[in-house]
Design a binder for this molecule. Structure first.
Ligand code: ATP
Ligand code: MG
Length: 403
């Protein structure tokens, strides 16, 4: 196999370390196939022909010989958003002999700022193929000695500033020094399909991200105050779904014009229960839409006690509105934690844009924090909420987003 190129570094490739997936016993094959498919989809638009191989909980993405380091960087950046990957290494693939490995390690260290600083270093080898003539500690010593001879860097086994990793595989050896954390979690699509109730706010996109990371594939449902509000909240929901498209290939955004239904709730005397009654109607509509799309669960961004509609009693009253399970991944998170995560995944700057949220429309001056289910049901009987939810589900407008 032609694995040694003139640069001694070998061929660029990207190594992925998987976490939980490797623990899944019998289902492991399904997980791995799903992950590989998701990786292929994520790389499609790069238009680089890659070969994906997997052994022992490590995926190697091999690039064609002619492609350079920049292509490998682009691949590494894409897979950083694929759920189920724990670590990403930009690696070099060299022939299975000690000289080739040593030459590649020397070349790898050559361009590094640590040489100038005379930083401490260590070599860590791993022998997945036990037929390799040197044991891992012997390989450490040989390669470490060569680096020390050539550049004078001091070896330090505990907490080195630079680590050169060597992984001996069946057909080749991988040499690398950098490790970029991936998203972790499970491959999207492995845990079923859900429908996220997506406002234009900070919480619901984070809730969606959390469920995507546990392998749930999701679509999005947004309620707009139209015709009493502008379309801004729809644009925000669209931008948020697009941003989350980094983590899942395809998504649908469905929008319900909700203003008139909110008005009917008010006319039927919801008063202090207006907000909880609206949320129940949203959930009923979402359940109907979810049935039509064959989605198994609803997802919301509720966090216990964050706003008056999210007291324990009100959340209980929300659960009572539908039979479908409601997942609330943010239930135990603080607002500051949610905001930090929103910033990290790139949704915060969109969520913070101004809009007219449909929930503040027609909101009472004083909202009920201890809604009684009987009172809510009575309001709903007056306007036939079940029938209204079906009509609202009929009125959805769909926006398709293809990554
Ligand atoms: P967010 O930041 O996600 O808007 P929030 O703190 O503003 O949440 P609420 O307005 O009470 O809290 O909404 C709680 C949850 O209800 C949201 O996370 C979302 O899942 C759902 N929800 C609220 N408003 C809408 C809407 N207009 N369209 C779709 N879902 C909504
Ligand atoms: Mg909101």
């Amino acid at each position: 196999m032609p694995v040694l190129t003139p640069s001694a570094l070998g061929e660029p490739c990207v190594l992925l370390k998987l976490g939980e997936i490797v623990l899944k016993g019998k289902n492991r094959e399904i997980f791995e196939r799903r992950l590989q498919n998701n990786i292929r989809t994520a790389l499609k638009s790069l238009d680089i022909k890659v070969e994906i191989r997997q052994r022992h909980g490590v995926i190697a993405i091999l690039l064609p010989e002619a492609t350079g380091a920049a292509a490998a960087d682009a691949v590494a950046a894409r897979v950083a958003d694929v759920m189920g990957v724990v670590w990403i290494h930009r690696a070099w693939r060299v022939a299975k002999d000690v000289e080739a490995v040593t030459a590649a390690a020397l070349e790898l260290v050559a361009g590094r700022p640590e040489v100038e600083r005379q930083a401490t270093f260590a070599v860590r080898s791993r022998r997945r193929d036990k037929r390799f003539p040197l044991r891992s500690n012997e390989l450490d010593r040989v390669v470490g000695g060569a680096i020390n001879d050539k550049y004078g860097l001091p070896v330090r086994l505990k907490d080195p500033e630079l680590t050169v990793h060597i992984e001996v595989d069946r057909d080749e050896v991988f040499v690398f020094s950098d490790a970029v954390p991936g998203q972790g979690g499970l491959p999207v699509g492995m845990s079923g399909r859900g429908l996220v109730l997506m406002s234009g706010g900070i919480d619901s996109p984070v809730a969606a991200y959390r469920m995507l990371r546990r392998g749930l594939q999701v679509d999005f449902l947004h309620f707009s105050g139209i015709p009493f509000t502008t379309s801004e909240s729809i644009y925000k929901a669209y931008a948020l779904v697009r941003e989350l498209g980094r983590f899942q290939a395809k998504a649908r955004l469905l929008v319900v014009p909700f203003g008139k239904a909110q008005q009917s709730l008010r006319s039927s005397g919801a008063d202090r229960l207006q907000v909880v009654a609206q949320r129940r109607l949203m959930l009923k509509t979402a359940e109907e839409v979810a049935h039509r799309l064959r989605r198994q669960v609803l997802v919301t961004g509720d966090s216990l006690g964050q706003v008056s509609s999210q007291t324990l009693q009100n959340i209980t009253a929300l659960d009572d509105a539908v039979a479908m399970p409601i997942l609330r991944p943010l239930i135990a998170m603080d607002k500051t934690e949610i905001m930090a995560e929103a910033r990290r995944i790139g949704t915060l700057r969109i969520s913070e844009l101004p809009d007219e949220d449909c929930c503040s429309l027609l909101a009472p001056r004083k909202a009920e924090t201890r809604a009684r289910i009987d009172d809510l049901r009575q309001i709903e009987r007056r306007l036939d909420a079940e029938e209204l939810a079906v009509r609202l589900a009929d009125s959805v407008q769909e926006y398709r987003l293809d990554a």
